[in-house]
Design a protein around this ligand. Sequence first.
Ligand SMILES: [Zn+2]
Ligand SMILES: [Zn+2]
Length: 432
Amino acid sequence: MNTDWSEPAELSVCIGAHLWLNFRSQMKRTSREPAVVFHNGTVVLPDKLLPDAVVVCEGGCITRVGRTRKLPQGATLVDAKGGYIAPGFVDIHVHGGDGADFMDGTVAAVRTACRAHARHGTTTIFPTTTTGSPEQLGAMLAACVELQRGGTAADGARVAGVHFYGPYFAPDKVGCHSQAGRRDPDAREYRRHFDTGIIRIATCAAELPGAEAFYREATRRGCLVTCGHSNATWSEMARAFRAGMRHVDHFWCAMSSVASLRQRFGTPMQASMEQFVLANAEMSTEVIADGCHLAPELLEFAYRQLGPRRLCLVTDANRALDMPPGRYRFGCASDGEWIESDGRVGFVPGGGALASSVVGLDTMVRHMKSATTASLPEVIRMASLTPADRAGVAEEVGSLAPGKRADVLVLNQRLRVKRVFLAGEEVSLATD
Ligand SMILES: [Zn+2]
Ligand SMILES: [Zn+2]
């Protein structure tokens, strides 16, 4: 096999396709910069494992994936030591980490959380809003725009867009979020938020007045449109679907069931969000596979019913990730609801209700692999290509393919994250 991996034409196509790359930092990186070659590992592709293969990266992009006998001269070698060479993870539902919640609304907080998740293998992140005032949401969006503009590997997981999640939750499905910060969709408010240009995923409960107009606006803006924190019926979901809704947040958590709709409407019993998602091939969803939210049989059921192209792994992690057990605010540091972490999961103080996860996507990947019959390529796909595809960024990230950003993980055989590369640059795994 020849060494055709420094082909300049291929490289320029690669950079041209990546609109969010920071060109100022890329300008300094030329094709004369040594290639980074990952070797001595099994490459994880979306549909198969490629034993003893290499991934070659140049100028921040992947330029070659495959078997090889000879490594390019002068390349920087990254030895996977017999483990796995996998794509960086993509998290479409995540609230914070390392003491910071994205709703804190500062660049420093967004950066802290993005750095924490990068240490767990997440290289593409969609910071997720929760309930709060319009001003708090505005500050969060502005901070994400700012970090996206200047992002480097030292800033952690790359912000690909914001998941506008709260505040349009159903009053009876607010969960651990601040009830005071919940409201029905208001077009004047959400148009202003959409105008920032950073929202790529948009959630609203389908039964709220104004939900359909919200879904239509979000669809027009090119978002993945999702229904969450909702007690919607099948017919409300069908209306939402016609308005562009295609995804449901954290399956089985804060969503309707046949039993919850029986409480709302009596008999005859009605189909819920669950049946709507399972019955419609265009619908996708996500699971919090931390071992605390859902029992193994539910993870297996979701995998078998939906398959790896319609099911995403998300962390839904709050600021207690990588922090000691204790009390933390969910949402803005000034007035978010108090939650507790025991180091394994978040929960509402004094009660049994869970309040999102406190672990990274690497834990979700390991748990999904051990708890279900999904193959390793399928599990990794649910944490990378599938969320990237649903969020509309799969041309840039989500798998190890020539032309994509060089977001590459080295995992050991037990799927522990050993090294993380973002656009070809190594991310430090040391905590601050
Ligand atoms: Zn939630
Ligand atoms: Zn959440």
